[in-house]
Design a binder for this molecule. Structure first.
Ligand code: ZN
Length: 612
């Protein structure tokens, strides 16, 4: 706990600073009647105009939002009269916030937090020296709660460290842990507890917003939201929250958060990204302990996992009865059918647990790369190789039957297509060598577990001999492929990974597949690690690995993954490279249906160094 105590002090100092400026704001906070009018408020609108949201459901069949089928978006809240004053705007966004809390109260999205503790490097600035990873389902009902996917044993040091931490949140916040800023205030977001002061208008991405400072009233009690809100100017939903909670009880702290929402369904903006950061590396500051953390929320549209539900959900797609005269399966055909059945079961189960993205755009890219390897190596398999994206951050790949799975985090940090080909080639090698795992999952009873039990019930780790053989075969495949001339980049990536291997052990802890490292040494594709130039962090044109979050974005509502489209930003110092690092979120906000890609694009500060 010593580490955290030091962080606590730092964070308290931060809160204290904010508190004094907030006190200054409060004096100017008496909500004068002559507030500026809302920019888009049609002053001439008849006061009784219902200003409905686009009718998404016929009135006769529009029950409460919660009763909408899970596969469809809930009915939008009806908008009230267009506001004429900022006071009315405040009333509207308070009402909207309560509507969002109600709409999400039967949801249990996946919540992932990846945290890097920082130390100061004279050359590179703050760099990670230790990391922690949390993955769970968040119950957004009466009391926001979460269940973890990771076993206690897996968490090791993190459990001790964050156990006390979580408990702190449990006793002092309604929303827990790193996910507490999904709402400003789960229970008491109203005028009795808060003062609201209009600041200005501002665009966030394509969305015009009204900005408000929010301060808890003196009588509001401890742990109240203190900070800033961005409210979009059509339906007056909160789209971003930035601040902390105040005042902190003794012996505890609240860190600072920047929380973003996306308009993924009509009428609602759902919490998607939360960035947390603490620490001060300026001269004279004694306390050098600091961290930055990304929390991502997805899987809003997943079904709540009750036992009954799971029993009715199990399907077996692959067992076909083609025709009454179908030939009997040969023993080999039977074996293949069996493996296909296991593969389909696992892919379906992982998707339902909110861990795999449904088949989509990213898979087309992955499959093109796999296809390049196959064609140039004359690999002809009885069944096609498929790919899927694991939605989580830790760097891992695994294969189930002919399906290659690669994690979002790993796709993010790979510098170029050759490196992507390299990590995929290892799994393709397993498939080519017939290292098929997981046929036991053809038995459906093995799919009957709670979503939180996924990591205890599924696993696709090979024995060391198969790992060695797959690496050897992978190098062979790569040397025959269009990527043969670019393997220097792969070597560079492996060196960069090696350099951070001990400080990023949580990022390198795999949960379903084999780890890329053994102890502190990167073992995956080690034959390629000597290729390429020496790693030189000061060379600006040497991009060995990218920050997290720069390649793949996930739609938090339906879990679809797609590639991020960002404009290049020049790297101007070694500190811009941030390999494997967490950066703040800055999604380009857009309204639902405003473009072909309705979900906003999360971008990071240094995501454009695509390096190929
Ligand atoms: Zn392997």
């Amino acid at each position: 706990m010593r580490t955290w105590n030091r962080i606590l002090t730092a964070a308290l100092l931060g809160s204290a600073l904010i508190a004094s400026s907030a006190a200054a704001q409060q004096t100017a906070d008496s909500q004068p009647a002559a507030q500026p009018t809302a920019p888009d408020a049609p002053q001439t609108a008849p006061p009784t105009q219902p200003a409905n949201m686009p009718a998404t459901q016929p009135a006769a069949t529009a029950p409460a939002a919660n009763a909408a089928p899970a596969a469809t978006a809930p009915a939008a809240l009806p908008t009230t009269v267009a506001p004429a004053t900022m006071d009315q705007v405040v009333n509207l966004f308070i009402e909207r916030e309560h509507g969002l809390i109600k709409m999400l109260s039967n949801r249990t999205p996946v919540v992932e937090t990846y945290l890097q503790n920082l130390t100061n490097d004279p050359q590179l600035g703050p760099v990670p020296n230790e990391d922690h990873y949390f993955l769970g389902r968040m119950d957004m009902g009466e009391v926001v709660d979460r269940k973890d996917y990771l076993k206690e044993e897996d968490k090791g040091f993190q459990t001790r460290l964050m156990g006390g931490f979580n408990k702190l949140f449990k006793t002092q916040y309604q929303p827990l842990g790193f996910s507490w800023m999904v709402y400003a205030d789960r229970t008491d977001f109203d005028r009795e507890h808060y003062d609201f002061r209009y600041v200005r208008r501002e665009f966030l991405g394509d969305v015009r917003c009204l900005v408000f400072d929010v301060t808890p009233k003196k009588t509001a009690g401890r742990g109240r939201f203190l900070g800033r809100l961005w409210v979009e100017d059509q339906d007056f939903n909160i789209v971003r929250l930035n601040g902390t909670y105040y005042p902190a009880p003794r012996n505890s702290f609240f860190f600072h958060m920047d929380s973003w929402r996306l308009n993924l369904i009509p009428g609602y903006w759902v919490p998607a990204y939360i960035y947390s950061e603490e620490g001060d590396f300026s001269a004279g500051v004694k306390n050098k302990t600091a961290f930055k953390a990304q929390t991502r929320i997805w899987g809003y549209d997943l079904k709540k996992g009750s036992k009954d539900d799971e029993l009715t959900q199990i399907r077996v797609d692959s067992v076909k009865d083609d025709s009454p005269t179908a030939q009997d399966a040969s023993p080999l055909q039977a074996e293949r059918e069996w493996q296909q059945q296991a593969e389909d079961n696992v892919v379906e189960r992982l998707t339902r647990a909110g861990l795999l993205a449904p088949e989509g755009d990213v898979d087309h890219i992955l499959q093109t790369v796999v296809n390049n390897l196959q064609v140039t190596n004359n690999i002809d398999l009885p069944r096609p190789v498929r790919t899927r994206v694991l939605l989580t951050a830790p760097l891992e790949t695994f294969s189930v039957g002919n399906t290659i799975v690669i994690s979002r985090g790993l796709i993010d940090v790979l510098p170029d297509e050759a490196s992507l080909a390299a990590v995929l080639s290892h799994e393709l090698a397993h498939i080519v060598l017939g290292h098929n795992l997981g046929s036991k999952f053809a038995f459906n009873d093995r799919m009957l577990f709670s979503d939180e039990g996924t990591y205890q019930n599924l696993g696709f780790k090979h024995i060391p001999e198969e790992e060695t053989a797959a690496d050897k075969k992978a190098v062979e495949l790569l040397k025959n492929s269009p990527y043969a001339q670019k393997l220097d980049n792969v070597g560079l990536f492996l060196k960069a990974l090696q350099q951070r291997a001990t400080s990023l052990s949580a990022l390198l802890t795999t949960h379903l597949g084999n780890p890329l490292n053994e102890g502190g040494t990167i073992s995956r594709l080690s034959a390629l690690a000597t290729l390429g130039p020496a790693l030189d962090n000061t060379k600006l044109d040497q991009i060995a690995a990218l920050p997290l979050g720069g390649r793949v974005k996930i739609n938090p509502w339906d879990d679809k993954a797609e590639m991020v489209k960002t404009a290049p930003v020049a790297i101007t110092s070694a500190r811009d490279k941030m390999p494997f690092e967490v950066t703040p979120f800055y999604p380009r906000l857009a309204r639902y249906g405003a473009s072909l890609t309705p979900n906003a694009q999360p971008t990071t500060a240094a995501n454009s160094n695509t390096g190929n």
